[in-house]
Design a protein around this ligand. Sequence first.
Ligand code: HEM
Length: 511
Amino acid sequence: MEEFELNLLPLFLTAFLSLILLCSITRIFLKQERVPPPSPSKLPIIGNLHQLGSLPHRNLHSLAQKHGPLMLLHFGSVPVLIASSADSAREIMKTHDLIFANRPAFKAFEKLIYGCRDVTTAPYGEYWRQIKSILVLQLLSSKRVQSFRSIREEETALLVKKIRESSGEEARPVNLSSMFAAFANDGIGRSAFGRRYSESPNGKKFLRVMMDMMELFGRIDIGDFIPWLSWISRVNGFDKRLDTAAREMDQVLETMIQERLEAQKEKNNGEIFNIMDILLEIYHGSNTADDAASIDRDTLKSLVLDVFIGGTDTISTALEWTMTELLRHPTVMWKLQGEVRGIIKQEEEDNDITDDEVERMHYLKGVVKEALRLHPPLPLLVPRVASRDVQIRGFDVSAGTVVMINAWAIGRDPVSWDQPENFMPERFLNSSTDFRGLDFELIPFGAGRRGCPGITFAVVAIEIVLANLVHKFDWKLVQGKDLDMSESPGLTVHRAVPLLALASSFNQSIQ
Ligand code: HEM
């Protein structure tokens, strides 16, 4: 028996060693089979962070031209997938939308937005589904956007008045950038809180803190990418700035809630007409919508921030770039004026342009699409993160990889667009290509589950402003000055220098 056991030992040992060998070979073999997307070379510790520069969409576009439409970069120790073609965007936001439905939890988001309790930064899951449905079905539905029509019309009329006044008899240059910013702030302010916030002390503080927040969002916090260097943000004051902005914003929002509750008591008519009113109803449990979920106070404030952060800078930037392109392309401007002035009948000349009339302005719609193609306000959209391992266009992408989609590069991709660098709204006239998330060559609003819920709100505002500006004025560049097309760094990419133009009032009846 002993002899038998002894004889078996070498056999067991051989079998055991063979098994280990087999496992190792299989592992090596499987590892070799994993094909990561191509990567530019990186530096120790910082990875590819140094290649982002101040305008990452442009630098990533140049890198993609060398390495392909799917690249794997490393920001510090974090793998970041960059998608720069319509096909790769489609795979991420349509084929594998669920896997990429999460957002990375950056520290600025966590600190500034109540631990990511808003729709934009909340992790994908039941909570996000509930609050997104509040935004989509209650705050930004087509019906609700329609109900804000009088606000849009009044704010547009005010913009036209300001242009007339600031231009004067002698046609002084008008600063369109600052006027568009005021239009977006006041339009959203009135839709959200029922009043123009640029007029009250608390509102002014709100706008100041909001600007601070936007600046902080646009910064790279080194600790998000190289965790052992997170102490730098404590030393250089970044953490303190985040804490101060979060505290100040909370105070301002609390004051707004109190003001709104007081206003409701005074009126005592329970009339619901703005976003804060609806949110307060949901918060107090008196909302009667079928799917009304309850929300706590931090969620209420986070949703207000969603509307402000999502809507103000983006709308004013879109207007700024569209007018820039119109001023640089007088033939397009002339064609657009022809369309708008042809539809607005002479006797209505001083009346507001209606939504129905705008619906018939097909060239205007082409102009807006073309401007958003060349100048998506958020050129890298809002980052997503892979929740599990997945293959994209034959490449292996690991769970935890952050994903950035370069909508700016996709809008200029010669594979999708003829003469991509040229501003040609005509390209949309006989085309069904739209920006609502079905055509991946044009995705200024993103697509899929995490797509922008504010498209209708934004587009009707942009269209009505442009229709009025080209209807009521003739426009020229400030004499002798070519338009500087530089972009300013940040999450939302504005013009680096304000847009100045000459406006002269147009009177249809004397033409
Ligand atoms: C021209 C105007 C606008 C542009 C270009 C724009 C663009 C975008 C983009 C690119 C995203 C990310 C989409 C994705 O990950 O696929 C987004 C998300 C979002 N936008 Fe907009 N947006 C605009 C206007 C608005 C407005 C007016 C609001 C609200 C009033 C708004 C609220 C939001 C929110 C809450 C999200 C987060 C959605 C989510 O994560 O589920 N946006 N927007």
